[in-house]
Ligand binder design. Structure first.
Ligand code: MIG
Length: 800
């Protein structure tokens, strides 16, 4: 696996037999004859943490990934032993720990089937160069096992047969299989025999995962330092594994403002002010909805963070206000590198307060980025984070900037090998001083966290909005993210699809790609197809490097503009649906996009699917990812689905051809679904919503749908001022019943629903609301299929 020093090759070392066992509440410790200790913490019936030391002493137990809000508690914890094993039993799991060598085997407590078993188990190599250990774990792959997750890896959904490295890296123009790239999310889910479990290896050093690549039936992971420290999360449903991982590493600390789910326009760079205004005006003139406009690095004075170029933006406050009056939120980029310049107050202050990273022997960490030679704040120091947060006061509170975009926070350094800090750079790591080897993968996360703290403080009483490029597990608590510097090629459209799905199943749903591609230029067809995918990504932004031509919705001629408008309008119509999915994610950790395997793991056809995904709970989408197509084959998951465009009902569980000319894409709605829609707006809040459209898809049988709404921004929802409607649909041959349950104190502006009934198999002859017959004229019955009625009903009964 890893070559240790060639000077003094020691090879793998292993724990020997257990000589003592101790239990303190839910923490069980097993000590071996050669001084290794395994500590098992039972966090929940389905979550066990395994931690090993070879010196008898554990490190200070500190993690940036694990949230203090994570659920804890279990119903059963029993420890027994036989001559071979210690046996830990919870209501969900049985874990055997071998007395001979600490190897573990984990079984399902209910049917006793084997879920996950150590091969060599924990072993290590001493690191001659750095001290400590290279820590390793290997497990036997079960028959038919497949693997998913791991963050932003640009590869097919199923990871089996591949090896990966985790080291956050600035990866301009990465491609399929480039590894590593921007993010480190050392969490995977595995699936075999219809059961799923997950492993989160919470170690921030450079780490590796091997899924049956080196050896056909072995899965292993290891890191170049720190502890073997991993969480085993049992399902058996993969969706529960992801939900529990997200519970452990955190959900977004608040809902995003609704406008952040609108369409965003970005380029490197829009400047001067007149150019920004030209772009925003064009959106309004052409009636293409847009909520956010971005300023890339050229808005600053010589790339100095927290400054404005006087030449290009003489009066930012006025400009930001004028943009806001037209519905545009201004978002600006902020990088970590602080220009070495004694006349620059942020630099001077950082220097005086000793907030910049230093090399092992004392000099500052000096590196070249956009401003030239820079020093870099140590964001792993809580005092530095607070200082950084306060730097946003002027930008946000005074000037009115609504969001901040953190770039280059891998951290990226130009013109040096490795493109980042050298290993010896020192970090505070919240009081656990260490070198860059340990802090590298969390540096960007801590920068985004500090930025988030600033935005949260100065945007109050509105909600903060941050975007980051680099991330480690848990970063989803603070910020959204994009997939970095992709390329305007068809293959990158496929990669964007894979990355967004993968991030969602790695606990990080607020994700999108640079629509159209960052490097190089798309043609109109590729741009339109990319927009079609992009409107189904939680974060929806066009961005480009700007030096290959224009990449606004109108840059490719009117035919393309019309397609782009149509899909962005669809995004705006679906906002209440997406917001509800986001609420489910923020509340329960349910990913916003579900790869088919996550949606229906019991159907083996889904295990190797890549292109199709479920958006929210009820909409199936599949992009067209090749030129000159009039449709494509795709796998429709089991159950009945309505073609979104034609209302034709198809039976899933098979691969089918679906038509989709350039102005269309394959979209299906699950039967029985009730999809809420808003009218098309040019930006969130442009219109008062005076009617909620409900698209009702008839089903013979039952289905539940939800609509979550609140004031769209602010924190009142936390105090109960939200509106959650649960609709229970129940269809029979000659009737359709919809029951509504409402909770929360928020009063929506609309008083009526407009129901659009799709696929109703009968002609309506009678309608009752809460057992009272309603005359047709009061329903504004329009043909057979549209009726308008009060939002206050509990039971709607539609009869043949
Ligand atoms: O070295 O700020 O990924 O989105 O436009 C390039 C300029 C720095 C990289 C980001 C990209 C951004 C660009 N940045």
């Amino acid at each position: 696996m890893i070559l240790n020093t060639e000077l003094e090759y020691k090879g793998n070392l292993f724990p020997s037999q257990i000589v003592s066992y101790e239990k303190h509440l839910n923490v069980l410790s097993f000590t071996t004859e050669n001084g290794a200790v395994l500590q098992v913490t039972v966090r929940r019936d389905s979550i066990l943490r395994f931690r090993f030391t070879t010196t008898g002493i554990f490190e200070n137990d500190f993690s940036y990934a694990i949230t203090k809000y994570a659920s804890r508690g279990y119903n059963l914890l029993e420890v027994t032993e036989n001559d071979k094993n210690y046996i830990i039993t919870t209501t969900k799991l049985i874990c055997h720990i071998s007395k001979l060598d600490l190897r573990t085997s984990i079984y399902d407590a209910i049917d006793k089937s084997l879920i996950c078993e150590d091969e060599l188990g924990f072993h290590w190599e001493e690191s001659y160069e750095f001290g400590g250990n290279v820590v390793k774990m290997s497990k036997t792959a079960q028959p038919g096992e497949s693997y998913y997750g791991l963050g932003d890896k640009p590869v097919d959904n199923n990871l089996k047969g591949k090896r990966f490295e985790n080291w956050v890296t600035d990866s301009y123009a990465y491609g399929r299989n480039t590894d590593p790239i921007y993010k480190t999310i050392p969490f995977y889910t595995a699936l075999h025999n219809k059961k799923s479990y997950g492993i989160f290896f919470d170690n921030t050093f450079r780490s590796f995962f091997d899924f049956c690549h080196e050896r056909r039936n072995i899965t292993s992971f290891w890191a170049q330092g720190g502890e073997m420290n991993y969480y085993f999360i049992y399902g058996p449903e993969m969706s529960d594994v992801v939900v529990n991982y997200t519970d452990l590493t955190g959900k977004p600390h608040q809902l995003p403002a609704l406008w952040t789910l609108g369409y965003h326009q970005c380029k490197w760079s829009y400047y001067p002010e007149s150019n920004v205004k030209e772009i925003t005006k064009k959106f309004r003139d052409l009636k293409i909805p847009c909520d956010a406009i971005y300023l890339d690095i050229d808005y600053m004075e010589g790339f100095r963070c927290f400054t404005w170029s006087e030449e290009y933006f003489p009066n930012p406050k006025r400009m930001v206000k004028e943009l806001a009056d037209d519905g545009f939120k201004t978002i600006v980029i902020i990088d970590p590198g602080i220009k070495i310049d004694m006349d620059y107050s942020v630099f001077r202050e950082g220097l005086e307060k000793d907030y910049f990273c230093k090399r092992a022997d004392g000099p500052y960490m000096k590196g070249k980025v956009w401003p030239g030679e820079c020093y870099f704040p140590d964001f792993t120091n809580p005092e530095v984070r607070e200082w950084w947060a306060n730097l946003f006061q002027e930008l946000v509170e005074d000037i009115g900037v609504k969001g901040v975009w953190n770039d280059m926070n891998e951290p990226a350094v130009m013109d040096v090998p490795g493109k980042t800090f050298p290993n010896d750079v020192r970090h505070d790591y919240d009081g656990n001083q260490c070198s860059h080897r340990k802090a590298h993968n969390v540096y960007g996360m801590q920068m985004a966290r500090a930025t988030y703290q600033g935005l949260k403080k100065f945007s109050y009483p509105k909600r903060p909005f941050v975007i980051t490029r680099a991330a480690y597990s848990g970063t989803q608590r603070y910020t959204s993210s994009w997939t970095g510097d992709n390329i305007a090629t068809w293959d990158h459209l496929t990669i964007a699809n894979l990355q967004a799905q993968r991030m969602c199943m790695s606990g990080f749903s607020f994700i999108g790609s640079d629509i159209g591609g960052f490097a190089e230029q798309p043609n109109g067809e590729l741009y339109a197809r990319w927009i079609q995918l992009g409107i189904f990504h939680p974060f929806c932004r066009t961005h480009s490097s700007g030096d290959h031509g224009d990449q606004e919705p109108w840059a490719f001629g009117t035919a393309i503009t019309d397609v782009v408008r149509k899909f962005i309008e669809l995004r705006y119509q679906l906002l209440p649906y997406l917001y509800t999915a986001f609420w489910r994610y923020a509340e329960e950790g349910i990913p916003i996009l579900k790869s088919l395997v996550l949606y229906d793991q019991h159907d083996p056809q889904t295990h190797y699917r890549n292109d199709e995904f479920v958006f929210g709970e009820k909409i199936l989408a599949c992009p067209i990812t090749a030129p000159n197509q009039t449709g494509r084959r795709l796998y429709i998951p089991r159950g009945k689905w309505y073609n979104f465009w034609s209302d034709e009902v198809v039976e899933g569980g098979t691969e089918q051809w679906v038509d989709a000319d350039l102005d269309s894409m394959p979209i299906f709605v699950k039967e029985g679904a009730i999809i809420p829609k808003y009218p098309i707006q040019q930006y969130v809040g442009e219109k008062t919503i005076d009617e909620l459209l409900l698209d009702v898809y008839y089903k013979e049988g039952k289905e539940t749908s939800e609509v979550y709404e609140d004031a769209t921004d602010g924190y009142d929802y936390i105090k109960g001022r939200y509106s959650l409607r649960t609709f229970k649909l129940s269809g029979k041959k000659k009737e359709l019943i919809i029951q509504q349950h409402k909770s929360g104190k928020f009063i929506t502006t609309y008083k009526t629903f407009k129901l659009n009934l799709h696929g109703l198999p009968f002609k309506i002859s009678k309608v009752e609301i809460d057992n009272v017959i309603i005359p047709f004229k009061d329903l504004e019955l329009n043909g057979d299929n549209t009726l308008v009625l009060t939002k206050e009903f509990s039971e709607l009964h539609i009869m043949a």
